[in-house]
Write a protein that binds this ligand. Structure first.
Ligand SMILES: [Zn+2]
Length: 240
């Protein structure tokens, strides 16, 4: 049983460890915990957490918002249908289903129109597959275009571009000079896609995250810090 410290708006689980030299507070979907050196008195731990109270409460609020959004997204994706939002290059398109003999999908202004035989309208899985295929195809096109634009400015050209499905990364770069890009970047605003492409192209010059690597990124994209932060904060929402 971990010791629990009670504060006005939250509780903190105290985790003691022989190896720890300093304290570290963590806030995630499971709640707040603090890892401390084995013999640190509880009163010290309390004042330590109290000092960080504002940070903890902000983090808790963000975690709660994330949980709500993830739940809402799961609910919504289960019911993909007429009027559902589809995030496309940072914009919310509305799904519009139309009766037709042949299946077809295309964008028209702020609508994503799916024409299909009537039965399909009641098949969310099939509809999802059609929308996902369209998004993937758009991602392949946009990402290739983006590489074409930025390879000149970076001064490095990949041996191959792969557009793949990743859960926890936006891109990668292999020693054979190929780059891999997550197709879900099609959900992100274009300048965010640009940043990920520039980032991976710069890895062709510097295969690490050294200061030299970041100065290459900055040379091509002076705004990269803001975009990187945006992706850290909003990346989890890039879904449909
Ligand atoms: Zn990297």
């Amino acid at each position: 049983m971990p010791e629990i410290l009670k504060f006005a708006n939250y509780e903190v689980a105290v985790i003691r460890s022989k190896r720890r030299k300093s304290a570290a507070i963590k806030v995630d979907l499971d709640g707040v915990s603090v890892r401390v050196p084995e013999n640190l008195p509880l009163s010290d731990i309390r004042s330590l957490v109290a000092e960080k109270s504002h940070w903890v409460e902000t983090k808790l609020k963000t975690a709660a918002q994330k949980r709500q959004a993830v739940e809402a997204a799961a609910k919504q994706s289960a019911q993909l249908g007429q009027g559902s939002p589809v995030l496309y290059q940072g914009r919310q398109l509305r799904l519009k289903l139309k009766e037709a003999e042949q299946t077809r999908i295309y964008q028209q202004a702020e609508e994503l129109i799916v024409e299909a035989p009537g039965a399909m309208a009641g098949e969310p899985d099939q509809l999802r597959a059609i929308v996902e295929q369209w998004l993937y195809a758009r991602a392949v096109e946009e990402l290739h275009l983006c590489v074409t634009v930025y390879k000149q400015r970076v001064g490095a050209s990949p041996s191959r571009i792969e557009v793949k499905s990743y859960k926890a990364r936006w891109g990668s770069c292999k020693p054979d000079q190929s780059i891999q890009l997550n197709w879900r970047l099609i959900h992100a605003p274009m300048h965010i896609m640009d940043y990920v492409v520039v980032h991976e192209l710069c890895h062709l010059l510097e295969m690490n995250h050294s200061p030299r690597f970041w100065s290459e990124v900055e040379r091509v994209d002076a705004q990269y810090r803001m975009k990187r932060r945006w992706l850290q904060d909003n990346g989890w929402q890039l879904n449909f």
